[in-house]
Design a protein around this ligand. Sequence first.
Ligand SMILES: [Zn+2]
Length: 470
Amino acid sequence: MGSLNEESFIFCPELVYEQSEFVRQVALVCDAAGLIVSLPNTTGLSMPNIVRLKNRALLPGLVNAHSHAFQRVIRGRTEYRTPNIKDSFWTWREMMYSAASRLTPEDIYDASRMAFLEMALSGITSVGEFHYLHHGPDGTPYEDPNLLAKEVVRAAGDVGLRIALLRVAYARSGYETEPNPQQLRFIEENSEVYLKNVEKLVNDLSGSLGMAWVGVAPHSVRAVPLNYLREVVQFAEVRKLPVHMHVAEQEAEVSACIEEYGRSPVALLVTEGLLSERFTGVHMIHVTPKAIGMLAAARALICACPTTERNLGDGIIPANSFFKQGLRVALGTDSQVEIDLLEDARELEYHLRLQKMERAVLASTEDNGLSAIAARLFASATVSGAESIQARGGTLESGSPADFFTVDLNDPSIAGASEADLLSAIVFSQSKAAVKDVVVGGKRIVEDGRHAQQEEIVERFKRLQKKLWG
Ligand SMILES: [Zn+2]
């Protein structure tokens, strides 16, 4: 206990989730720099700055590895049928673009802050923002080419979340496809311009003390031609940055890639040597067993976004095959149709149950204990997410950032759970209302289920929605 001093904060909940189980009589000690110093036994512990968290279980903060924050503005506005055409991802995308083309920098800040507030209230402590709005509505770059990225970073900082700004490279509408004027805000036609802007953003965020950092995100094989893609991945390789890319979300995207390159998107990435342990393929729905084997050999990550994928009718992610091959699967709230990462976690399992008409699909033969599937899903929502966006943390241990959330053990959705089944209750049944405290770097950003700026953030967002939609 020698490292404790008056600058240490000690959080004393009823239960702590440590090394895949809930333990009693353990405190979390955090230093003035926001790092976990130790997780000591609470017997006889008497220190200043004790924060007692009665009837609460404390868990590592959730990591949302794939977000488009501004898409929060179209929530509830796309759930209807378009006359005479089959509604799909592609019709939804047109509606999303029409909103994207109208947002000012201030609007992007307000929309992002709303999305990040809801993330914080649900236990998310870090987010990977796949950011592709770069220019003014007519495609003219702002004086600072990263103005909009910085508005998103500012929004995350003001809410108190850590953010990996995954800056998107977008060059074209698609292979042999006419330019789409709705994409003018995204496009940086060549890799030189894109990489110069990324480099500038890396420098500009370098003083953020671990709260904001940069990754590269070639949008998709559809939007970034091969030479451009190679240069972006090479740049990330030199600087060891995370690389995120939408891969195989839609069958049409896979067939367009085969038409252009004679290979599927995964085969293209493998044969070009573009996969690595820092590569996350977002969605990865329409992939063959052979492709899954290649992803595993490259130690790439997957980011599943099942609430969005079901909303868009994308398909079901083959998470059972991914886990069987030892692949790490992170989770993302993507379109923000719903912001509840534990709902994404349970859907990984539930969608496969519906497809296969059986239960416990994601259990492995070695699994025992009531919470084995939940532990796997919870690791997706924490450890794998952190690895995907290169956030430190994902688990509670000495030296890691003090990023965590607590749940009320008396919340009706989980009340009565024992230590053995609590994780399953949290992963499969917990209501977001059970989340009471959220702490990032030792700082309590949500207290008793409320965020200090909540009213103001909501009011400003309501004003923005009125302006956009009347
Ligand atoms: Zn996405």
